[in-house]
Each structure stands twice: as structure tokens, then as C-alpha cells.
Design a protein around this ligand. Structure first.
Ligand code: GLV
Length: 328
């Protein structure tokens, strides 16, 4: 029997899966994440941590938690923990690939449609009582069908967004992550350089993980290279974009608008400039938030813990400790 700390209440059967495997589970009851100090204190005696992307896992925490054998992240991204550092400490890190690609792509497309067709902006106006008549020139947007979609990052989420773009009759361009050979896109998509993609796209949608090579990948120069009529959609990580440069580009009309499910920092503080711009939609990092997908993500994280505590290799490891920690 192992001791598992779960850093938030979860949907689905994740807790039952852990308990059915005979583990003692402690669930953090708060609506907000445990502070770093509380997290470290709770993990100190645990064999496994089911973590969220809001939990920063650093070398100190691993050092202070000698029993800890696995950090099972309930997310596809794992920029909250350095997998190499954890492997060095003998700790597995796992993620939840596959299950959230279609759900996240649905949301990226929702943001794309929202920004191009001014859904949130016009709905807010109607709600505020400003709908006075059918107006021939009111809330004119950008047609999505026939537009060019530029996808940065052709992993499984990028692929799923590309299929939606093709289904909407868009021309779909893509480029891979800097310094990496990209996977092929679905038939009908065209691989180009980032510079070509930025210059040609009406919608630029980001689907790269946050790494040192993608941090601030979209900065002032890249925003200036986009069409003035183009929209930026970000469902990846906030730090992939230089947010100050983005605000400037939006204020000066260098790009037409942005739809952001991720920001830097998160949550984006109330009163931030991005909230005051009519051509910006900000959502609170919910691209994978469907009932089914969030349940499956939690259950997958639980299954990774069950495997490690049974002495097996976890199915969704993102690192490979040379000498995995064993039960004391
Ligand atoms: C969410 O952002 C994830 O990485 O799963």
C-alpha cells in the first residue's frame, strides 16, 4: 500500500482507481492549489503525487520527499517539473497524452471562430443593451472558410486543429517547433517556415509545448510579421508569447485580435491591459475542460501512479530514471 497525495479534487474515478489498488489517498480540499510550503509538507511522506500544472515541482521538494517515486501530472504539458532533474532523483514523471487532443482542438477552434467572427465582443454588446437594430456594418468579421490557418506545432493537438481547419475549407499551413523536424501534417496541409506562416496566415494557432526553445517564440518581430488583419490563438502556454509585445501589437493594430486560453502569469490579474481590449478574448485555461476529457486525464494520472507503485514502468512516462526509487 502506498500513500498518494492528490493536489486537488478531481472529476471521474481517479480517486477510486487509487483506492481500489489499495493506496491511501489524501486529497487537497482547497479550490486553490496548496502553497509551495504546504505542498512540500504534504508530499514529504508520500509515495506518489498526482499533480496539476499549477504545482511547481522542484529539486528541493524531491529531496525533501525521499519516499516519492512518481509525479503524475494531470496534463499533457509538464513544464511545471523538469523531467531530467526528476529522473536524476529517481522519480518518474508522467503526463496524459492523447486523451485531450480533440477536446483542446475543439476549443482552439472555438477561440478561432470567436475572434474572427467577434462572438464574445458582440454578445457582450448585446448583453449591455447596445443592440439597437440590424446593422449592415455592425461587427463585421473575418470569414473563416477560405481563410489561411497557420498552425505552429504539428503534434497531436496541431494535427487535430489542422483537420478542423480543412473541414472548414481553410488553407492550412504549419511549421514545427524550432530546431526540430516536424511530423507531417494531415494530407492537404502545407509545411512552411515560421516566417512564411506568419506572413500568410489569417489565423495563427499555437500548439507547441513550453520549452527553452519555445519560450517567447512569438515576440515583437513575429507579431510585426503577421498580417494586420490576422488573429493569434493561444491554447498552448502563455509564455510561448511575449505578452507585453502582444499588448502593444493589439493596441497599435499590428494584428487584428487575439484569443488566449493561456496567459503569463495565470491567473491573469484583474485589471490587466488584455482584459480592456475589445479585440481580445481571454478564457481561464479551459481548453481540455470537458467532463469526459478531464475525467480521463485524472484517471490516466491515477493509472500511472498505480503502475509505479506496483513496481512497473508507467504507461505515460516522460522521463526514465536510471535508478528508480524503490520502497524503503
Ligand atoms: C493543459 O494545459 C495541459 O497541458 O494538459
Amino acid at each position: 500500500m502506498g500513500r498518494v497525495f492528490v493536489s486537488r479534487q478531481l472529476p471521474g474515478r481517479a480517486i477510486a482507481i487509487l483506492q481500489e489498488a489499495g493506496h491511501a489517498v489524501e486529497v487537497w480540499p482547497g479550490e486553490l492549489p496548496p502553497s509551495p510550503g504546504i505542498l512540500a509538507a504534504r508530499v514529504r511522506g508520500a509515495d506518489a503525487l498526482l499533480a496539476l500544472l499549477t504545482d511547481r515541482i522542484d529539486a528541493d521538494l524531491l529531496e525533501q520527499s525521499p519516499r516519492l517515486r512518481v509525479v503524475a501530472n494531470m496534463a499533457a504539458g509538464y513544464d511545471n517539473v523538469d523531467p531530467g532533474m526528476a529522473a536524476g532523483a529517481g522519480v518518474w514523471v508522467t503526463n496524459t497524452p492523447g486523451v485531450l487532443a480533440e477536446t483542446t482542438a475543439d476549443f482552439a477552434f472555438a477561440l478561432l471562430l470567436d475572434s474572427g467572427r467577434r462572438v464574445t465582443e458582440s454578445a457582450n454588446s448585446a448583453r449591455a443593451g447596445e443592440w439597437r437594430t440590424w446593422s449592415p456594418g455592425g461587427f463585421l468579421g473575418l470569414d473563416v472558410h477560405g481563410a489561411t490557418l497557420g498552425i505552429v506545432g504539428m503534434g497531436e493537438i496541431g494535427q487535430a486543429v489542422a483537420r478542423r481547419g480543412l473541414g472548414f475549407g481553410m488553407r492550412v499551413l504549419f511549421c514545427g517547433r524550432p530546431g526540430q523536424t516536424s511530423k507531417a501534417g494531415p494530407p492537404g496541409t502545407e509545411q512552411v517556415s515560421l516566417a512564411e506562416l506568419l506572413a500568410a496566415s489569417d489565423f495563427v494557432s499555437l500548439h507547441v509545448p513550453l520549452t527553452e526553445s519555445t519560450r517567447r517564440l512569438i515576440g515583437a518581430r513575429e507579431l510585426a510579421a503577421m498580417k494586420r488583419t490576422a488573429f493569434l490563438v493561444n491554447t498552448a502556454r502563455g509564455s510561448v508569447v511575449d505578452q507585453d509585445a502582444l499588448v502593444k501589437a493589439l493596441v497599435t493594430g499590428e494584428i487584428a485580435g487575439a484569443a488566449l486560453d493561456v496567459t503569463d502569469p495565470e491567473p491573469l490579474p484583474g485589471g490587466h491591459a488584455l482584459y480592456s481590449l475589445p479585440n481580445v478574448v481571454v478564457t481561464p485555461h479551459i481548453a481540455s475542460a470537458s467532463v469526459a476529457t478531464r475525467s480521463r486525464m485524472a484517471e490516466m494520472a491515477a493509472a500511472n501512479i498505480v503502475a509505479v507503485l506496483a513496481g512497473e514502468q508507467p504507461p505515460n512516462a516522460v522521463n526514465r530514471p536510471q535508478s528508480p526509487r524503490r520502497l524503503p
